[in-house]
Ligand binder design. Structure first.
Ligand code: PEP
Length: 253
């Protein structure tokens, strides 16, 4: 049986205008009618409502790239999880490396956001990944500690609403993705950590995604040998033909 894998498209702070966003989305919609598989588009928050309202199908869902952990207050410029959910975001990316490096998000802040996203009825995509791969494999400890901290407010029951996106920071935005065999090794390791934090049943049932320089040239190998449940795609998610090709490969073409 063909395995279904979810693909998350993170548009980041692109494209520059709403008309451009509508144009890209319109092409994605058109190609999606010939492709099997689930795509979640995470556009900039200001485009969410317009894109959601222009779509009546089921293959494409929407997510928010971030949200604060409170739902209201004197918080100029922030987006709440409830606001994102109310305009159609069913998924919430939390802890992306760019939020950590640019906005200074710590595991403690991320932990609050994971909880807030679940409370707002969204599926949380928790990103984790090492900045460097050192020879002593210290990065394994980094990932274990990061998962422990970021999930500290989440009990077993809530884990049904969490996915883990393993994104080695050195691969994001780069030319080379991680080797599929190494991705496989990391999914095994993350499941081991989740067994320690929760139990084997939760560890087995949780979706582990890979992100970092996934493109049309490497997706087949990553899907074949990476043992992943989905992909998180940045740059190629803005190219309709490419992201829909990635969705089709992720679902066994
Ligand atoms: C990302 O933004 O999480 C990402 C994986 O980007 P890219 O696919 O461009 O490396």
């Amino acid at each position: 049986m063909k395995k279904k894998r979810i693909v998350i498209g993170n548009w980041k702070m692109n494209p520059a205008t709403l008309p451009e966003a509508k144009k890209i989305f319109s092409k994605i919609k058109q190609i999606s009618s010939d492709v099997t598989g689930q795509l979640v588009i995470c556009p900039p928050a200001t485009y969410l409502h317009a894109l959601v309202s222009s779509y009546k199908g089921k293959k494409i869902m929407f997510g928010s790239q971030d949200a604060y952990w409170q739902n209201n207050g004197s918080l100029t410029g922030y987006l709440s999880p409830t606001m994102a959910e109310s305009v159609g975001a069913k998924y919430l990316i939390v802890g992306h490396s760019e939020r950590r490096s640019v906005a200074g998000e710590t595991p403690d802040i991320i932990a609050k956001k994971v909880l807030a996203g679940i409370e707002a009825q969204m599926t949380v995509i928790l990103c984790t990944g090492e900045k460097v791969r050192d020879r002593n494999a210290e990065y394994l400890v980094t990932i274990k500690e990061d998962l422990r901290e970021c999930l500290k407010k989440i009990d077993k029951r809530m884990m049904a609403h969490v996915m883990i996106a393993y994104e080695p920071v050195w691969a994001i935005g780069g030319r080379e993705a991680m080797l599929p065999s190494d991705i496989h090794g990391m999914t095994i390791y993350i499941r081991k950590v989740l067994t320690e934090l929760y139990d084997k049943q939760i560890s087995d049932s949780i979706s582990i995604l890979y992100g970092g320089a996934v493109n049309i040239d490497n997706v087949e190998d990553i899907v074949k040998d990476g043992e992943i449940d989905g992909l998180l795609v940045g740059r190629d998610s803005l190219v309709p033909e490419n992201i829909m090709y990635i969705v089709s490969v992720a679902n066994g073409k």
